[in-house]
Ligand binder design. Sequence first.
Ligand code: PSU
Ligand code: MN
Length: 304
Amino acid sequence: MSASINVSAPVADALAKNRPVVALESTIISHGLPRPRNFEAAQEFEQILLDAGVTPATVAVLDGVPHVGLDADGVRRIADEDMAKASVRDLPILAAAKASGATTVAATAHLAALAGVRVFATGGLGGAHRGASSSFDESADISTLAVTPITVVAAGVKSVLDIAATLERLETLSVPVVGYRTKKFPSFWLTESEFDIDWSVQSAEEIARVMKAQDELGHGQGIVVANPIPRDQQWDPAEHNRVLDEAFAAADAAGVHGKAVTPFLLGFIVDASGGRSLEVNLDLARNNVRLAAEIATAWSKLAG
Ligand code: PSU
Ligand code: MN
C-alpha cells in the first residue's frame, strides 16, 4: 500500500487479523452537522462500533496526509477546525499543499478501499441534484462507487436531491442497490421515497454473500445498502416538505452553487426545522453505523 496514506495502528491490526472494520466519513462531521453536536456524533459513531467489537476507521486528510483511522486528537480536529470539504479530486491537491480536509463519501470510500476496508457507514449518499440535467451537479459519490469496492450503508440519498435521477445514474454505472428489509428506496429523513428498489435483503449475512459474489463476478464496484430510518423515528413528512421548499428558495436567493450547496441546505434545514431534522439525521446515521457493524462482522467471518 502507498506510504502516503496513514492507516492507524488499530485499523492496520484489525485488517491484518481479518477482524471487522467500518469506515466513517468526516464531511458529515465538519460540514453536515453543527458544532458541538458534530464532535459528540463523531465520538458516538466510533463508540457504537467499538461496542459491537468493530474497529472504527474515520477517514480525513490531516496536514496533507490521508488518514484511515483517527486518534482522539484527529477526531477533535475534524469537528473543530474549518477544513476544506474534500472529494476524491481534492486529495492530491491537499497532499501537495499539506492542507487538511474532511472527506466526502467519495473520498472516504476511495481511501478506505485503498487501505482494504470493505464496509462504510454514512448518513445519506450524495447524488444528482434537482436540475442536474442542466446544471450537471451530480456528486462524485456516485461515479466513485462505480469504481470502488466498498459497501456503503446509507439512508438513501438526501431528499434535497433528485432521487429518481440518482437511481438511474447508479443503474447506468452498474452499482448494485439493495434495500435492507425494504423494497422502497429510503428518503433520508423519511422512511420511504416513492421509488422502488429491485432487490431487498433480510440480513447482514446476506449482504456479505452479495459482496463475495460481486468480488467473483464484478468489476470492482461498490454496493449501496439502503437502510431506512424506522418509521417511528422519521421526520413528519408534511413538515419535511414545507422546510425543504423553504431551503430551496433560500439557496436560490443566496446564489449558492457547487460543493457549497449540500452544506448550505443541510444547515438551513436544521435551523428552519428548529433542530428536528438534526435529531433525525443523527438517528438515521446511528442506525446505519449499527447495520454496517453487523455487515463488517458477517464479512470478516465469510472472508476469513
Ligand atoms: N450525509 C449526511 N451529511 C452530509 C453528507 C452526507 O448525512 O453532510 C455529505 C457527504 O459527505 C456526501 C456529501 O459525500 O454530503 C455530498 O456532497 P456533494 O453533494 O457536494 O457531492
Ligand atoms: Mn456538486
